[in-house]
Design a protein around this ligand. Structure first.
Ligand SMILES: Nc1ncnc2c1ncn2[C@@H]1O[C@H](COP(=O)(O)OP(=O)(O)OP(=O)(O)O)[C@@H](O)[C@H]1O
Ligand SMILES: [Mg+2]
Length: 565
């Protein structure tokens, strides 16, 4: 071990103040600017010692993403290692250099505070942190008890999130396929339920990973039975009459049709008339074209059909709109006759304006015989062309629920958007316009009404920038695609750039988290979810080696025909 004197002699020829603890002293700063510090590491007999015993623990010095402490005049600044390199001094001796980014300060009592107000100067001492001090930094959020994983650099140190900031300021969970996003979501929610049993979380489950399912081997939801409600989006019935006018146009009218404008005009006037007539007895105030009130789809179809054939003089004079709605009628008819769209266009339960309350209750877990903290909406069977529309309705329901809820501050809702790139894409594809608009609205103003998003995606590059940029906390898993890496890098704060370099080399379930939910940018291993979601990797080797069970292809085709999985 280096004595204080030796350390001071070895480090360089500057004047050195007395070290506070020679056991932990690893070097001294040689350069300081607003964004980063450079230090020269102490070497022993010309040899750099990369491992030190600090207290009972062995600490590796200079590992990218690890933490150190800069001490000067009683001020302690916590820094993160960005990178190391070698230089030669005038005598040709190798010097080990290290670049550090400042994260925050350790106060007198040992508490950690973000941001640096007292910058050190060159010559300041660089110290290794003991596991106690590390714990102190990460125990910043420990009061809430929202424990999510263990530090990669010190496996005994727990990492806590600030749950209010994580869920309250939108979060993004990003990483390539198989990196561990679904497991991470499950683990985070399981942990949230342990400390916050009255949570309100709605998961848009695109691949039936979080719910109960009967297909093949029965699988269960990874969340406690008394806390979760699993709904197939088709049973939930998101009825057509909730769609806004713009969404109905998107569904029924081909923008490229030369008659699109007149079709839209008719659709608008028919909708207003129908909504008003159907709800004439209900005391609903002024009913607009977008009002979420019931009207009959068959009635709408009939009105358009009549307008298409309208003529006068006993059929001799055709009206100006005669035949202009052919395309619209064909499109409506084909959707109405396709049973995949029944949950949207032919609801069984949601056939009156009053049924909206039931839908809202089901949706946030207040319906049924138990209050559910987590509602899993299985969207796996929703046809791909209407999936964005359905997710838009779900987001809209979440937003409207709290927008109109006088107690919204006491009823915060988090909406987990799995595979977000599928319905909140970048760019202006017309099919995604409404879904994107709804999500962006939540991203921008949801915080004020207690509605937040947890955006999960394997293609961050394809997700709306507006939504991602509004996220307060980023949890990044392994990402090797350069476009995605660049995109994430541009999104996150400068102090995290160093640790982000490790993005390509993370293990499954290992993450880099940064932003408001964590005290400092941190690389850690997410606690293994117990039980895991239904997303386990398929064992190709075993199945291909031993052969699987017989497949009933006839039944498989029957399922396909009936659209039941
Ligand atoms: N915290 C963890 N601890 C241990 N293993 C993990 C952890 N997280 C993920 N894994 C492993 O990684 C595999 C893939 O995880 P997961 O299904 O969550 O990936 P994903 O990122 O959601 O992929 P996709 O984008 O295809 O949905 C899991 O089957 C598991 O073996
Ligand atoms: Mg997944």
């Amino acid at each position: 071990m280096l004595t204080e004197k030796e350390a001071e002699v070895e480090i360089g020829k500057q004047t050195k103040p007395k070290s506070q603890n020679s056991e932990t002293l690893v070097g001294r700063l040689v350069e300081v600017n607003g964004e980063s510090f450079v230090a020269r590491l102490a070497s022993r007999g010309g040899e750099f010692v990369s491992e030190r015993m600090v207290g009972m623990h062995k600490v590796r010095i200079g590992q990218v993403g690890s933490y150190l402490k800069v001490s000067q005049h009683g001020n302690d600044v916590i820094v993160m290692v960005e990178g190391t390199w070698q230089e030669r001094d005038n005598d040709g001796r190798v010097e080990h250099m290290i670049r550090l980014s400042p994260l925050g300060e350790m106060e007198m009592g040992g508490d950690f505070r973000r941001g640096v107000s007292n910058y050190p100067t060159s010559g300041a001492e660089l110290h290794a942190l003991s596991s106690m001090q590390l714990e102190r930094i990460f125990s910043d959020n420990a009061e809430g008890g929202y424990k999510v994983g263990k530090l990669s650099a010190a496996k005994t140190t727990d990492v806590f999130f600030d749950a209010s900031k994580f869920f309250g300021r939108h979060a993004a969970i990003l990483g390539q396929t198989g990196a561990g996003k679904s497991w991470t979501v499950t683990s985070f929610i399981q942990s949230a339920l342990r400390t916050m049993p009255s949570a309100h979380i709605v998961i848009m489950d695109m691949h039936a990973e979080y719910g109960d399912k009967e297909m093949g081997v029965a699988a269960h939801s990874p969340f406690p039975e008394n806390k979760v409600r699993c709904l197939d989006a088709r049973d939930l019935e998101v009825p057509y009459w909730l769609l806004s006018f713009a969404e109905l146009c998107e569904l029924f009218i081909d923008e490229d049709d030369p008659n699109a404008a007149v079709q839209q005009a008719l659709l608008r006037s028919s909708l207003i008339d129908l909504k008003r007539e159907t709800n004439a007895d209900a005391d609903l105030g002024q009913i607009t074209v977008d009002a979420p009130v019931y009207f009959g789809m068959d009635d709408l179809f009939q009105r358009i059909k009549d307008a298409n054939k309208r003529s006068s003089d006993f059929g001799k004079t055709k009206s100006a709109t005669f035949g202009k709605f052919d395309q619209l009628l064909v499109r409506m008819e084909s959707l109405l006759n396709d049973n995949r769209y029944d949950f949207l266009l032919r609801p069984v339960r949601r056939t009156s304006t009053d049924s909206l309350a039931g839908l809202m209750e089901d949706f946030v877990g207040l319906g049924g015989d138990k209050k559910a903290a987590v509602t899993v909406l299985d969207l796996s069977a929703v046809p791909i062309d209407v999936a964005p529309m359905v997710t838009a309705q779900i987001a809209r329901l979440a937003f409207e629920f709290n927008f109109w809820n006088p107690l919204c501050r006491e009823f915060p809702i988090a909406l987990v958007c799995e595979e977000a790139h599928e319905y909140i894409p970048r760019g202006d594809h017309p099919r995604y316009k409404q879904a994107k608009r709804m999500m962006e609205r939540i991203a921008k103003v949801g915080r004020k009404y207690g509605v937040s998003l947890v955006v999960v995606s394997q293609r961050p590059h394809d997700v709306s920038e507006t939504v991602l940029a509004q996220c307060g906390t980023y949890v990044c898993l392994r990402t090797t695609n350069p476009n995605d890496q660049e995109y994430v890098r541009a999104m996150v704060p400068d102090s995290a750039q160093g640790v982000l370099a490790a993005m390509t080399s993370l293990a499954p379930g290992e993450v880099i988290a940064m932003g408001e939910g964590v005290p400092v940018p941190v690389r850690f291993q997410v606690n293994r979810p117990n039980p895991p979601p239904n997303s386990a990797d398929i064992d190709f080797t075993k199945n291909w080696r031993h052969g699987g069970t017989e497949i009933d292809v006839k039944q498989l085709v029957r399922r396909w025909h009936k659209q039941t999985r």
